[in-house]
Design a protein around this ligand. Structure first.
Ligand code: HEM
Length: 410
């Protein structure tokens, strides 16, 4: 089977993104596609263009491990998830998330040591202090009634941690959180998104320039230093690396903190299991990452050559969306995949992607999630939801799934 060229056929394609009918499950269409049409065509809501959806775990890994796909969002056919006018698209500097090897490899290698396991282990104590401090504040606020866990814990913790790692003043967090949100939101005007890109870039450029003359003990300063000793990239590349870290480093983990807390509160038997056996927490974190697969629509590629996948041929120049929420609910890999089972061995999940672009911050995210969930349920054993689940607002309109607010009491 090859791509249908008939426009009448294209018009009948299902639209993407598809919404979750239940906040705890992938969109219903995923299971059907995975079973009957695992590499299938859809039409992007954002611009009406077609793209391939990849839904099986095996195909997901095969495709993302294939050097014949590109992550370059400027290439024609790349399935953009947010509407970006062509002019703006060509003008925006690429981050290494959107580069292919060898350019990608150069920047990734400069950053990789910053996220190694040893660095993360050394960071644990500091993350614990940050989490304890935020929970102290949450407790103080909670004496007067329900508190929003998103704005008081889920967002500040990863934001404080990434600021400290990068050497970004946390006082500026409201501004860069807003820009980051505008960049990743479907329902925002082109103009506002353009302004957010511009402002964020200007802000990070200012920071990098300041650190070039007055370095500190932080990631950006080390990148500058490393590049001075062994020149590999330009000033503008360091700006784009820092910008990428700042954007990806807080919103994703924040969403997982809120969703994971909600899932534990809604599955008391599972919560009891981690309470009884705290050693279970690392495994529980993996399962929660698999279960929600929050960055489902965030991975996009374009074929550089014709690629056979399953029983279809993806033609050179066609856009592809490997869906990790579909792959992570593949029953052949995760039996009874729609059930949250914190004892499950779910390390083979692909919530952090796969291949050369696999999440560089995954060990940091795991560390933050482990410390937050463990500390929150230990310090507030009577934690409960302060609103019915049906009234919660889920981020169905963003590239990264999450919760706008999570009212809790204890
Ligand atoms: C629960 C939290 C997180 C999830 C679910 C997540 C998910 C992902 C996924 C799926 C990708 C692959 C994208 C692709 O293949 O196109 C990715 C890449 C990336 N992530 Fe994360 N991420 C998380 C946290 C973080 C954190 C804390 C950072 C901190 C800096 C980070 C930084 C990055 C960067 C820089 C990339 C691009 C890597 C590359 O292109 O080589 N992420 N992430």
């Amino acid at each position: 089977m090859t791509a249908p060229a008939d426009p009448a056929h294209e018009a009948a394609l299902p639209e993407f993104p598809m919404r979750r009918a239940c906040p705890f499950s992938p969109p219903d269409e995923y299971g059907e596609m995975r079973e009957n049409d695992p590499v299938s065509r859809a039409q992007l809501k954002v611009n009406g263009k077609p793209a391939w959806l990849v839904t099986r775990h095996e195909h997901y890994k095969k495709l993302l491990g294939d050097a014949r796909v590109s992550a370059n969002l400027k290439l024609p056919g790349y399935p953009l998830q947010v509407p970006v006018p062509e002019e703006m698209l060509q003008a925006v500097p690429l981050t290494f998330l959107s580069m292919d090897p060898p350019d990608h490899t150069v920047q990734r290698r400069m950053l990789a040591p910053e996220f190694g396991l040893r660095r993360m282990r050394a960071l644990r104590e500091r993350v614990q202090e940050i989490v304890d401090h935020q929970i102290d504040q949450l407790i103080a606020k909670g004496s007067e009634g329900p508190v929003d866990l998103v704005s008081n814990l889920a967002l500040p913790v990863p934001s404080l941690v990434i600021c400290e790692l990068l050497g970004v003043p946390y006082e500026d967090h409201a501004r860069f959180e807003e820009w980051a949100w505008a960049i990743m939101n479907h329902d925002i005007s082109d103009e506002d998104r353009g302004v957010a890109h511009y402002e964020l870039d200007k802000y990070v450029d200012g920071l990098v320039t300041a650190k070039e003359s007055e370095p500190g003990d932080d990631m950006i300063s080390r990148l500058i230093e490393f590049n001075r000793a062994e020149p590999a990239v330009e000033h503008s590349d360091i700006v784009s690396m820092a910008r990428l870290m700042l954007v990806t480093g807080h919103e994703t983990t924040a969403n997982m903190i809120a969703l994971g807390t909600l899932a534990l509160l809604e599955h008391p038997d599972q919560l009891a299991a981690v309470r009884e056996d705290p050693e279970l927490m690392p495994r529980a974190v993996e399962e929660l990452l698999r279960f929600f697969s929050i960055s489902d629509a965030g991975t996009a590629r374009v074929a550089l050559e014709d690629i056979e996948l399953g029983d279809v041929t993806i033609r050179a120049g066609e856009g592809i969306l490997p869906l990790n929420n579909a792959a992570n609910h593949d029953e052949t890999v995760f039996p009874d995949a729609n059930t949250l089972d914190l004892r499950r061995e779910s390390r083979s999940h692909v919530a952090f992607g796969y291949g050369v672009h696999q999440c560089i911050g995954q060990n940091l995210a795991r560390l933050e999630l482990d410390v937050v969930y463990t500390t929150l349920f230990r310090r507030l054993p009577t934690l409960r939801l302060a609103a019915p689940v049906e009234e919660l607002r889920f981020k169905d309109d963003a590239i990264v799934y999450g919760l706008y607010e999570l009212p809790v009491a204890w």
